[in-house]
Design a protein around this ligand. Structure first.
Ligand code: SAM
Length: 233
């Protein structure tokens, strides 16, 4: 899926991945929330916000946050569910070039589970270099992607690939597992858990023990390279 029409068709049904309310999604989000728990941002931006659930979670760390998605169907749904949050539509590659976005004093920019929908090296580079033009000098960037998975329809990153791509424009200051791979070992251990809560805790603990290069969903915090360079002088 790449175009607005394809994404709108995908969002014809609510919660199209079926992940909302799942243990895996709770663990993925909690891995990020745990790291941000002391953060307080003034203005956040969430690119590829989908139906707005993660934007809503991130809103607790921001005085104000704006979410954008290529799908107007998803954005309409986000607006209904989270009326206190601003949402806009647009392709990330185009949104990051809008004058009002470039001029906004973002101190937090997130793009979760979105970059691997850009299939070519050229678009991936355009997306990441576009992100790096956003925000205040000290802006914190968060990117998460699937590593260690394959799909006929998608081109995922490996951990090394996403770090190399981000590092052309950012200094990656942290990499962590958001969700462990669904291995036989994890499935077997989960089968022994008597309750949903114990399965959730086990998945979170297993994830916390997993290196980013070995997990399924990996998260990265980064600072713009120019900022790191100018701070040093
Ligand atoms: C897997 S969902 C992730 C949603 C949310 N960020 C999260 O982590 O829960 C990927 C989202 O990226 C959006 N997306 C894909 N390509 C995009 C693009 N070029 N510009 C903006 N959004 C895009 C899709 O519409 C979809 O809502």
């Amino acid at each position: 899926m790449r175009t607005r029409e394809e994404w709108n068709a995908w969002y014809a049904k609510v919660n199209p991945w079926g992940t909302a309310g799942s243990i895996d999604d709770e663990v993925r989000v909690e891995a990020l929330v745990r790291r941000l728990r002391h953060a307080k941002f003034r203005l956040g931006l969430d690119l590829g916000c989908g139906e707005g659930r993660l934007t809503h979670v991130l809103a607790q760390f921001c005085d104000r946050i704006i979410g954008y998605d290529i799908s107007d169907t998803a954005v309409q749904r986000a607006r209904v569910q989270f009326p206190h949050i601003e949402f806009g539509t647009g392709d990330l590659l185009e949104v990051v070039k809008r004058p009002e976005i470039l001029a906004s004093p973002f101190d937090f920019v997130a793009s979760a589970e979105t970059l691997y929908y850009f299939q070519t090296d050229a678009e991936r580079e355009e997306a990441v270099s576009g992100l790096a033009r956003l925000g205040l000098p000290g802006c914190l960037f968060f990117v998460s992607v699937i590593v260690n998975s394959t799909s006929r329809y998608r081109r995922y990153f490996s951990h090394d690939e996403i770090v190399a791509l981000l590092s052309r424009h950012f200094v990656v200051i942290d990499a962590f597992a958001c969700l462990a791979q669904d291995t036989f070992g994890l499935r077997a251990a989960r089968a022994l858990c008597p309750t949903r809560e114990s399965r959730r805790r086990l998945t979170a603990a297993w994830t916390a023990l997993t290196a980013p290069q070995d997990c399924k969903h990996a998260g990265y915090f980064a600072l713009k390279r120019s900022q790191v360079a100018s701070d040093a002088h």
